[in-house]
Ligand binder design. Sequence first.
Ligand code: PEP
Ligand code: MG
Length: 576
Amino acid sequence: MKTVKGVKISPGVVCGPIYHFEKGHLAVPRHFIRKEDFEYEMDRLMVAVQSSKDELAQVRDLVMDHLDEDHARIIDAQLLAVQDEEMIKAVKDLMVRERKNISWAYYEVMDEYEKLLLKTESRFFKERSADLRDIKKRVLHHLVGDKDLIHPQITEPSIIVTEKISPGDLIHIDQSLALGLITRYGGFDSHAGILARAFKVPYLSDIGSIDELVSYSEIILDADNEEILLDIDDSVKNRYQARIREFRKYRKQIISDKVANSTGDKVPYHIYLNAGFVNEVKAMNPKLIQGIGLFRTEYLCIERNSIPDEETQFQAYKSVLTKMGKLPVVFRVFDFGRDKLLAMLDMEIIQEDHVFDEWGGIGFLLENPEILKIQLRALLRASVYGNAQIMLPLVMFTDEVKQTVKLLNEIKAELRKAGVSFSQNIELGAMIETSSVLDELDELGKIVDFFSIGTNDLALYLIGSGRTVDLTKNYYHPKIFKAINQVVIAGEKANIPVNICGEMASDPYALIGLTAIGIRSVSVSTSSLDLISKQVSSMDTSHLEHLAELILNDDNAASIYSILMQYHRDFLDQSE
Ligand code: PEP
Ligand code: MG
């Protein structure tokens, strides 16, 4: 039996067929069909061809009205090609021969034609390949309905195999069909990684090559042991059966225990949840949790491929607040940074500007105040339905927060004037995740109500580790602990709470170090909640005091890691 090694991004073990998603290509539904489905599938193709013909005829009329006969001839050529009998026969033959469903067969035949045209020396034929691409898209849109063909289209439970995946792809997949995920490139702190863990989808990355994988019809993805098993037989499946069943049960499980609110020695501790979808919040039980420490509002945009208008945003925030009742909900205003941006590339506003790397955080929103104003209005209006707090991402300078406060006050005045009510004590927090803001903590502490440390980005700023390409646990880096310690001290000075909402807080070893240096509030993903809650309730802060000194005086990540691991082994393993 063959195995392929990878790097664990999200745990679990599953067995199933592969869905090969080729990013940048149209993502058509692909599955094998039975003989008795042939006729139905061909009928579907003929309906899609007819609808495309009707559309093209309309386009031709428009072209004739507004342009001329020469341009209309381009459409004539497309009209002929879309119903080409030879092409339709080739699709049918492929479907029958290889039992591929019709959208898959159609896609492959058209792809072949396109490649042939591109290979010729003739400029005329090369140009015709663009027509063919156009027809292909048109017919496929009719075949698969109004689904977005950019994202993976899974029609049966499958393990997705792809070079790389964006958060938008993951959001658009029917979660119940995503058995697992395998990518060539990925990262533990990437938003796709964060989402996979939130959705409890086992995910393995850094696979050398995916070419070999995609030739297998069924595989076992054992993310826990960081391997993929190919050419599996019944005996292998039997060996894995118990673990696969266990994992399936775990995936269905929702939070069942009340979240710990203090350590083993009764020191108060907050454990909040990270979220980004209204439905995710609706599934939570407010009686068992303490609130939402990070609601990533930009996921509302990724879901829609656009920025929702004020009313849509208001309804979303209101639903979240209503569900949470008195519990705090920290809404982080849109953060269009890095890999989140990739998920929204079709957004008009983003297409206009190409300085992708610089984008994100409150800086971008202040440069585009219309977006920020609408969001703040929606948040303020919704604030009367619960305990809302507002948080600003990627703050670089105190001045950015001052500008936001000014804008917030202007909007409040407008709302007051219009007789619209809003909460009077809505708190404002700053995310600490850039190196430049670390120099302004004291000044910043005077104007915000809380700090929340985004360790995913902080690692990027402080040690330059790419969040989408590198899995090495950057959290143990001495620079990270020193920076967090600086924030804890500034928080004490300003008498404001300090929270950690990056993935570091979900790491059991890192959590020990964080608690040792004085962190008493974290926000974690739903899938880590149980583990973190158990660990907090079994930690004794008096045992941790000496650890703070050890960690802060160490300048080696590997040695910090081993200190924390040792502590975990000595004190926590037995108590769980
Ligand atoms: C972070 O950077 O740690 C964080 C929580 O924000 P995000 O992951 O959404 O960038
Ligand atoms: Mg961040």
